[in-house]
Design a protein around this ligand. Structure first.
Ligand SMILES: [Zn+2]
Length: 138
């Protein structure tokens, strides 16, 4: 069960600031994925702590399951897809120019609509997004 790649992707998309390196597996994880403590437990991620039997009794690691990690990733990609489309669209329009009338004009109109609606939609769906995100957070 290795969720590292998915986990790192979904978290780097929110712009997680501090990502320390685990001493044992040399992977980067957000701070909340590390076990607390000094000595042998210093800078060891929860995954390695479990593998090396270092978890204190009753201590449960905060790990995302494969399913939750996938759901989080799809939640983020759904939220940011219109922005990506908008940027791609403008790039395409600016590189192609108005070479193919009337399609260039139509394309420009669609782009303008997308540019105007995306921020509004982003703000309007914020509450729903946050509630879905907190449902998918351990
Ligand atoms: Zn580790």
């Amino acid at each position: 069960m290795h969720t590292t790649a998915v986990l790192n992707t979904s978290l780097s998309m929110v712009g997680s600031s501090i990502m320390p390196t685990c001493r044992m597996c040399t992977q980067n994880y957000p701070v909340n994925q590390f076990v607390k403590g000094n000595g042998p437990r210093y800078l060891v991620c929860a995954r390695c702590a479990v593998e090396h039997d270092m978890m204190a009794p009753g201590e449960t690691p905060i790990l995302y399951s494969d399913e939750v990690a996938r759901a989080r990733l799809s939640l983020f990609s759904r939220r940011y897809r219109p922005w990506v489309l908008m940027i791609l669209g403008w790039t395409l329009f600016l590189t192609m120019g108005r070479s193919i009338p009337p399609w260039s004009t139509l394309f420009l109109i669609v782009l303008i609509i997308l540019t105007l609606t995306t921020p509004v939609r982003h703000l309007m769906t914020r509450t729903k997004f946050n509630s879905e995100l907190s449902r998918l957070s351990p």
